[in-house]
Write a new protein. Structure first.
Lengths: 446, 312
């Protein structure tokens, strides 16, 4: 019995990894992904390198010291020409814009009638930068009127960050919850992708056996359940092979790319779609060494052992549940076009898990919605993994929740696999019928 | 133990649909047993039960005297009607895989495959993919895979469909060879020509019920109705002769060829006793033909099915 299962697993594995499109995807995907990253990094760099030149026509007596060149903006001060001439010269010189500060009796009046002329709509970041400079000068002026000296003002202007600590006195940093959920989310996302890609492979492989009519030959030698299990395991081994190759080759390529092109991956962090706040705050704060240490410690403090063991458990159970449903669907239909109506209900809980995870778990890892979805078997593999980086017990996931979640998952696994096996057993011998849900329920009773 | 397979009151239904109702069959060892019936009669359902793909609702199957169990799978070879192979897999690899699933070791399977590939003269196909072969070629592979593990019981479901006449003949000869070597064979079909040539026993299944079974020669004997074809070479007047014959015998039809003076007719006799009529005919003319008409399997098939349908 075990021998036959081994044979089936081996065949399914080899059939998959020798498949031409599988090989092409295995080789091409890391190239594409790394290529994309390099391209994005390169484009970002070009974008950053573009220095904008703003010319300033200042007819007032104020703001002469304020505009200091930065990495992105440099200033050219115009003198002795009127506004129209200035506009013309800017157009011909190819400067980005013209800041016009007309004559006024005080800074307030000048600011009120100041204008920024640009060719197109101005860049928001730059506009805000200019506004900031003017605003700071105005605030200083207003405070001076109230009797606050420049020294005093710069003292008042010291930025403030609140100190964070947990109840047990450990120093804490902003955004760490998001980072933890993000790491868990990465695991959950990997599970979802794996299920969708390789579940689909299982389904197509079942359909292929049906359409090539080999199915009856095989199940006169082995039990349908053995065939289904062998197919699922073989395909997932092929999938793990592919994932491993992707991981290794993508990191190698990325390493090479960083070496060759000198791309600063850290600079991209600001531009990626991170959860609100997490990365921005991190990059702002991370300049300070002690903060950096805290982050490092927090990330090291994530219970990696627990996380990896749970990832393994949730991955195996979740994948088995979903891929046996995929196998049952493949058995029920005659061709791939008929699968649509059945696929959607499978994808739905997976999507839900990801969305609920990213919206609810990020803001409150132990709120009722996060708890509910991390117990519900069809979403728990993804949502629970997002919660787990917080640890188990106090401040983390209560142990009972983890156990109940895994328990429910195991029960569901047994239930779903036996139902799927029944549909599979009947379905693989049915030809020419486009099945309905009603029909599938009838098959369960054969 | 004379029977390789005994079925006792086997029934199977799918929901409201009855596929088999209380089928009992005895399939003797070392013979070719024809399982006949129109499409949808229940043949395939019965065969799937023998192969343990499905299980009967009620009833019992004995294989070689023992209740049918999973370990018997390796003693059975099955060529299903809906058959095929993995299209993108190489011929040799695929044959090895299927043989190993039937319990052969890899080395043993290789040895036997080489024998069969040489025998059917297809040795150079080993590294081809199935999708590069024609349908008939793939069928040959399928046949080899079915018989490779030298099963005690072979089940062929419409084995000749998809073969051209030449290859069908090759396969037919191979089937007869296998029988010579002691294999018991179940042969399921709705095409009667091949039944006459191959089968010693038949069972007729119609609308989920067995309506007839037994030795083909005995069934034929039972179904013959004492009709004889007679040919006479005559000298005298044909009309007078016919009038005379009509008086004494039940003449079903007749024809006369004036040029050859040949009179042919079909006559229904009250019994299978022929001495009387032969003597009388011999006294009248030269008898150059006298043979009993034996119903073909096809006639029996149609007649039984029609009778059964009329009974309802």
């Amino acid at each position: 019995m075990i021998g036959k299962l081994g044979l089936i697993i081996k065949r399914e594995y080899l059939a998959k990894v020798r498949n031409r499109s599988f090989i092409v995807m295995t080789i091409l995907s890391p190239l594409l992904i790394v290529g994309m990253i390099v391209l994005i990094a390169y484009l970002t760099k070009i974008n950053d390198n573009e220095k904008r030149v703003i010319s300033i026509l200042n007819e007032s007596a104020f703001f002469h010291q304020e505009f200091k060149p930065t990495e992105q903006i440099s200033y050219i001060h115009l003198d002795g020409i009127d506004l129209e001439e200035a506009k013309d010269s800017i157009n011909s010189m190819g400067y980005y814009g013209l800041l016009y500060l007309p004559y006024g009796k005080d800074a307030e009046t000048v600011a009120k009638s100041a204008y920024l002329y640009t060719k197109d709509n101005p860049n928001t970041q730059m506009t805000q930068h200019l506004e900031g400079i003017i605003q700071r000068r105005l605030r200083q002026g207003r405070l001076e009127k109230l009797g606050v000296s420049q020294d005093q003002f710069s003292q008042v202007e010291q930025p403030f960050e609140i100190n964070l600590a947990t109840f047990d006195g450990e120093k804490s940093v902003k955004g760490i919850n998001e980072i933890k959920a993000f790491i868990g989310g990465g695991f959950g996302y990997a599970i979802m992708m794996f299920i969708i890609i390789y579940g689909g492979f299982v389904m197509r492989s079942v359909i292929e056996e049906k359409t090539s009519r080999i199915i009856e030959v095989i199940i006169s030698s082995v039990k349908p359940f053995q065939l289904m299990l062998g197919k699922i395991i073989g395909t997932s081994l092929a999938g793990i092979t592919q994932f491993t190759i992707w991981l290794i080759s993508a990191s190698l390529l990325l390493f090479l790319a960083v070496m060759l092109f000198g791309i600063d991956l850290g600079s991209m962090a600001n531009n990626t779609n991170m959860p609100p706040g997490a990365m921005n705050e991190m990059s702002q704060l991370a300049t300070m060494d002690s903060e950096m240490m805290t982050y490092a410690r927090e990330i090291l403090d994530i219970p990696w052992g627990l996380l990896i063991v749970s990832f393994f458990i949730y991955f195996v159970l979740g994948y088995l549940i979903y891929s046996s449903i995929y196998a049952a669907i493949g058995a029920a239909v005659d061709n791939e076009t008929d699968t649509q109506q059945f696929i959607f209900p499978i994808i739905l809980p997976l999507m839900l898990a990801i969305y609920v995870g990213f919206f609810s778990v990020f803001s409150n890892p132990h709120g009722p919605i996060a708890v509910g979805f991390s117990l519900f078997p069809l979403t728990s593999p993804i949502v629970m993994l997002m919660r787990l980086p917080g640890g188990i017990g106090e401040g983390g996931v209560p142990l009972w929740q983890l156990l109940v979640s895994i328990g429910l998952l195991i029960i569901t696994f047994l239930g779903i696999v036996s139902l799927a096996a029944k549909i599979y057993r009947v379905g693989i011998l049915m030809y020419g019928k486009k099945p309905t849900y009603k029909e599938l329920i009838k098959w369960l009773r054969y | 133990m004379d029977n390789i397979l005994v079925a006792k009151n086997v029934s199977k239904s799918y929901g409201n649909y009855t596929a088999l109702s209380s089928i009992s069959l005895n399939i003797p060892k070392n013979c070719i047993y024809g399982l006949l019936g129109p499409n949808g009669a229940g043949k395939t359902s019965f065969i799937r039960i023998i192969n343990q793909i499905t299980h009967p609702d009620t009833g019992e199957i004995l294989f070689n005297g023992e209740p049918l169990a999973p370990q018997h799978i390796s003693y059975i070879g099955y060529l299903p009607e809906e058959r095929g192979l993995y299209k993108s897999m190489k011929v040799g690899e695929q044959a090895l895989y299927l043989a190993q699933l039937k319990g052969l070791s890899k080395t043993e399977a290789k040895k036997r495959l080489k024998y069969w590939f040489d025998r059917l003269d297809i040795g150079d196909w080993w590294n081809k993919k199935i999708q590069e072969l024609s349908k008939g070629m793939a069928q040959k592979i399928q046949f080899i895979v079915t018989v490779l593990h030298e099963p005690k019981l072979l089940i062929f479901d419409e084995p000749f469909s998809g073969f051209d006449p030449i290859n069908a003949n090759i396969i037919k000869d191979e089937i007869l060879q296998l029988k010579e070597k002691g294999t018991s064979i179940i042969f399921s079909t709705h095409r009667m020509e091949s039944v006459e040539e191959l089968c010693e026993y038949i069972a007729l299944i119609h609308k989920s019920e067995k309506i007839l079974d037994g030795k083909l020669s005995e069934i034929k004997k039972a179904y013959k109705n004492n009709v004889f074809n007679v040919g006479l070479e005559i000298q005298q007047d044909v009309d007078a002769l016919m009038e005379n014959l009509d008086k004494n015998y039940n003449i079903l039809s007749s024809s006369f060829d004036g040029g050859e003076n040949q009179l042919d007719f079909r006559v229904q006799l009250p019994s299978s006793h022929t001495a009387g009529i032969l003597a009388e005919l011999s006294s009248m003319a030269n008898v150059n033909r006298f043979e009993e008409t034996i119903p073909s399997a096809n006639d029996i098939f149609i007649q039984t099915v029609n009778n059964k349908d009329n009974d309802r």
